[in-house]
Design a protein. Structure first.
Length: 349
């Protein structure tokens, strides 16, 4: 399968008319400050308090695809962790094709003011690739994307550490802020970021997934997610971040009307979630179906919640699936909603 990075047209509902208005994009994730020095041994054992975003939720081969990206920062570095389910961790690609195997494509935009999220790559941005492997050995490699914007850029001090596990591997990526001299890290600052997980099944890349956007990130920093540096994660700040903390996959049966949902609950909130409920709501805001689902824990610390909603007795139309995670006191930790098309509704007259 040829999955080399194609040119992509980015279409945004409510299109951003100018780089200035790009500043108004919502924050979709957090990066807490590390509370102690990280060892960079690849084990992720000292990443307490990290913000974690699961990926590949709903993939039919989740036991060989599921991943979790972890985020921390300190005054000197940005840190990206990875916990990955992978039965054949391998990278046979050459040093000028680090993306072509079990790897990560990493994207960053540290520009300030109305330059943040500008269309083109330039000083203050980065698109690089890193892998923990050379063939099947832990021998990390890093490559900056070959773009005119990075022709004079020399990546300094970046480091990758990794270890294999019985279910896949874990990896840590350290990126010094000194590579971006116009940016001063401090709590409250907002940057653009994207993490793309690449999978190979022992050969060339056959699959990929993104945390916040899509292949549109390859073309433009305007597609990156906006994340905020914070001293630590406050409970109230998590409420609007349900898309990252409750990544969702939906499957709709057409022969018999059932809707099936799978969520990988982020470790950031997992310990606090007493109840995860999915409500199917009609266009009159009436709750028509409810599922509290069930959950199971897989190797590597992945908690999957599954719910289902029988829809044969509902009129065709567009419904909203509302997912709400609550704590023991019944307080909302975070939530998200998705539109669902049921049947073949008649077009409006």
């Amino acid at each position: 399968m040829n999955l080399q990075r194609p040119l992509t047209v980015l279409i945004i509902i409510g299109a951003i008319a100018s780089s200035a208005s790009a500043q108004e994009k919502s924050v979709v994730g957090l990066i807490p400050k590390a509370q102690k020095p990280l060892k960079m041994d690849g084990k992720l054992t000292d990443w307490d308090g990290a913000f974690v975003t699961p990926v590949h939720v709903g993939h039919p081969d989740f036991a060989n695809r599921g991943g979790q990206f972890l985020y921390l920062w300190d005054d000197k570095n940005l840190y990206i962790g990875l916990r990955c389910l992978d039965q054949k961790p391998t990278h046979i690609g050459t040093d000028n094709q680090i993306w072509n195997g079990d790897a990560v494509e990493f994207y960053l935009d540290t520009r300030r003011g109305d330059k943040l999220g500008a269309k083109d790559f330039g000083p203050g941005t980065l698109h690089c690739f890193y892998t923990a492997f050379t063939k099947t050995d832990i021998k990390p490699r890093i490559q900056v994307r070959d773009l005119p914007a990075f022709k004079e850029f020399k990546l300094q001090g970046a480091e990758v550490g990794a270890v294999k596990t019985s279910w896949g591997y874990t990896a840590e990526f350290k990126l010094p802020w000194a590579n971006f001299p116009d940016f001063t890290p401090k709590a409250g600052e907002i940057i653009g970021i994207e993490c793309e997980l690449c999978s190979s099944d022992g050969g060339q890349r056959v699959d990929r997934t993104f945390v916040y956007s899509s292949p549109a990130a390859v073309d433009s920093p305007s597609a990156f997610g906006r994340v905020q540096l914070v001293d630590k994660i406050e409970a109230g700040a998590l409420k609007p971040l349900g898309r990252a903390l409750l990544p969702l996959s939906l499957t709709r049966s057409t022969n018999y009307a059932w809707l099936y949902g799978t969520v990988c609950v982020s470790p950031t909130i997992e310990g606090s979630v007493a109840k995860l409920e999915g409500r199917l709501v009609d266009d009159a805001s009436k709750v028509r179906k409810t599922s509290t689902g069930s959950k199971k824990t897989q190797d590597g610390g992945f908690t999957l919640w599954t719910g289902s909603w029988e829809m044969f007795d509902l009129a065709p139309g567009v419904y909203t699936l509302e997912l709400v995670a609550t704590d023991k006191a019944g307080e909302v930790i975070t939530s998200r909603s998705e539109k669902v098309l049921h049947g073949n509704p008649s077009p409006p007259k």
